[in-house]
Design a protein around this ligand. Structure first.
Ligand SMILES: *Cc1c(COP(=O)(O)O)cnc(C)c1O
Length: 341
């Protein structure tokens, strides 16, 4: 199977599996797992923050961040297609007691002006703003990347008003590759950043939340509340360390494959794709012109050994990663071309 459903499907590399087997471990709830401690120190360094917390999933990382920055009854401003809004089981409401103020955007990228107009002070009728959340890269907009200047403007404006900014950087390493800058530079203006080890970086499990040391200490307790006290998690952290050191070097291949896919898709009659927007590893394309619903296309592709999911009836999403080669991307294009003609 050529699996382009997501970069979450990546399998750990032989080097990761070796490191997992040999990992030094301890009870991480007591803070005694040396490999987890090493991973958290290294992740903090890479993110340019004081401290980091190893969490089982990106959803948990975002959930803890929202809780750390807000009080119940507040609003979280984010883009209208955000992962925190659409794909995290309403944890913003369920765990933090907040509502989302969704801002429509062209490419998932908020501007300071759009954010500024939604900020609400305390008042007799409305929920005051508690937090601003930005998603970088933006998943459902097709892996789009925040310009550094935009991040600085949003964070600067927010901080002037006493508001915090959390970056959902599930794929921030892809953003760093696309911009040719360090992750720390992208994350610097934000108060906290979450990133996934388990996506394009290839670790089997885990994400990191990074930020100020006092917040991460509180976050450790929230992680326990959520069932994320993982004990001998060093076996997972060992793979995470390799994901951090080794995997970013090859993300440019995924990006080239995504661009190649998008260019090929744009040439298939009935499919609309915008190759110039495929700047990282995600391609969103519109199949409405084929007369087929995306679920039907998925089913037909599966019979030809290709897995690509629909986002809705009209839109589909292909995600490149290190378990799919450029030759396999070419095969996927051939299969798509065949099933829609
Ligand atoms: C994948 C993802 C997450 C976290 O997902 P988990 O499956 O919980 O690890 C968060 N935000 C974005 C933008 C994502 O793509």
């Amino acid at each position: 199977m050529i699996d382009l459903r997501s970069d979450t499907v990546t399998k750990p590399t032989p080097e990761m599996r070796r490191a997992m087997m040999e990992a030094e471990v301890g009870d991480d709830v007591y803070g005694e797992d040396p490999t987890v401690n090493r991973l958290e120190r290294r992740a903090a360094e890479i993110a340019g923050k004081e401290a980091a917390l190893f969490v089982p999933s990106g959803t948990m990382g975002n959930t803890i961040a929202v809780k750390l920055h807000t009080e119940p009854g507040q609003e979280v401003i984010c883009d209208s297609r955000s992962h925190v809004l659409d794909y995290e089981l309403a944890m913003v409401a369920w765990f933090s007691g907040c509502v989302i103020r969704a801002v429509p955007t062209e490419d998932g990228i908020l501007s300071w002006d759009a954010v500024r107009r939604r900020i609400r002070p305390p008042g007799p009728h409305w929920a005051p703003t508690g937090l601003i959340e930005i998603e970088n890269t933006h998943n459902m907009a097709g892996g789009t990347v925040y310009p550094l200047a935009t991040i600085r403007e949003i964070c600067g404006g927010a901080h002037e008003r006493g508001l915090k900014v959390h970056m959902d950087g599930a794929r921030v390493f892809n953003a760093a590759e696309a911009l040719g800058v360090a992750v720390s530079e992208i994350a610097a203006p934000a108060d906290t950043v979450m990133f996934c080890l388990s996506k394009a970086l290839g670790a089997p499990v885990g994400s990191m939340l990074a930020g100020p040391a006092d917040l991460m200490a509180k976050g450790r307790l929230l992680r326990k509340r959520l069932g994320g006290g993982m004990r001998q998690a060093g076996v997972l952290a060992a793979a995470g360390l390799i994901a951090l050191e080794e995997s970013p070097k090859r993300l440019k291949e995924d990006h080239a494959n995504a661009r190649f896919l998008a260019e090929g898709l744009a040439r298939i009659p009935g499919i609309q794709a915008e190759p110039q927007k495929a700047v990282t590893n995600i391609v969103i394309f519109d199949v409405s012109g084929t007369g087929l619903a995306s679920a039907e296309i998925s089913a037909r592709l599966k019979r030809r050994g290709v897995l690509i999911n629909g986002v809705n009836d009209r839109l589909m999403r292909a995600v490149t990663h290190y378990n799919v080669s450029s030759a396999e991307c070419a095969q996927a294009l051939e299969a798509l071309s065949a099933v829609v003609s």
